[in-house]
Design a protein around this ligand. Structure first.
Ligand code: SAH
Length: 205
């Protein structure tokens, strides 16, 4: 898997090392373990997905982590991305709207001895003000727009990586805070499950 990521242009050696060490097979349903190291997204429970390794790597690389950062992740899902982030920064806060996913993700990280991740069941479309500001924020679900609350919760110089767009294909954006202004760059096209919440998509009826 790491060789594939390298071939596709992932250059952050700390990130490649972390992804080489974290057992992705523990984060997928048992019947899909044989596919755990393929470079593709896989279904988890509750109709959600564990993102494709290349997408996890791309999003994480765009956060430019050195080891000292406070990071907010929105969309805990399986917990895999949180485990990768935990290896690369000081502290992770991860938010998930579905409590059953938080529960299993927490058990997995506990089993791996990862202790620098705080889990909350919450609508992450408005961020998590209590621990703000963050040096990096990553949203792992597609949002119709960039929630202003997330921009407000970024530290000066902080990076926000978020898939944004009106349809199933969204644009991954990297936004850097410089004082009160924000530099926005498009990274690539991708597809994600929807970010559902106050500043995201409406709850499906
Ligand atoms: N990072 C995950 C991939 C998650 S898929 C991993 O590594 O496995 C996206 C997740 O975002 C889903 O679990 C979904 O339930 C969650 N989600 C969607 N809208 C949300 C919201 N407003 N707040 C928090 N989580 C949300």
């Amino acid at each position: 898997m790491v060789r594939q990521l390298r071939n596709r242009g992932i250059r952050d050696e700390r990130l490649l090392d972390a992804m080489g060490h974290i057992p992705r097979d523990l984060f997928v349903p048992e019947e899909l373990r044989h596919s755990a190291y393929d470079d593709r997204a896989l279904p988890i429970t509750s109709g959600q997905t564990i993102s494709q390794p290349y997408m996890v790597a791309t999003m994480t690389q765009e956060l430019s982590l050195t080891g000292t950062e406070a990071v907010l992740e929105i969309g805990t899902g399986s917990g895999y991305q949180a485990a990768v982030l935990a290896a690369l920064c000081r502290r992770v806060v991860t938010l998930e709207r579905l409590s059953e996913l938080t529960q299993t993700a927490r058990e997995r990280l506990d089993a791996l001895g990862i202790t620098n991740v705080a889990f909350h069941v919450a609508d992450g479309s408005v961020g998590w003000q209590a621990d703000a500001p963050y040096d990096a924020i990553v949203v792992t679900a597609g949002s119709p727009r960039v929630p202003p609350q997330l921009l407000e919760q970024l530290a000066d110089g902080g990076r926000l990586v978020i898939p944004v767009g009106p349809g199933p294909v969204v644009t991954l954006q990297r936004i850097v805070r410089r004082g009160d202004s924000f530099e926005i760059a498009d990274v690539c096209d991708c597809s994600f499950v929807p970010l559902i919440g106050e500043a995201g998509w409406a709850e499906p009826s």
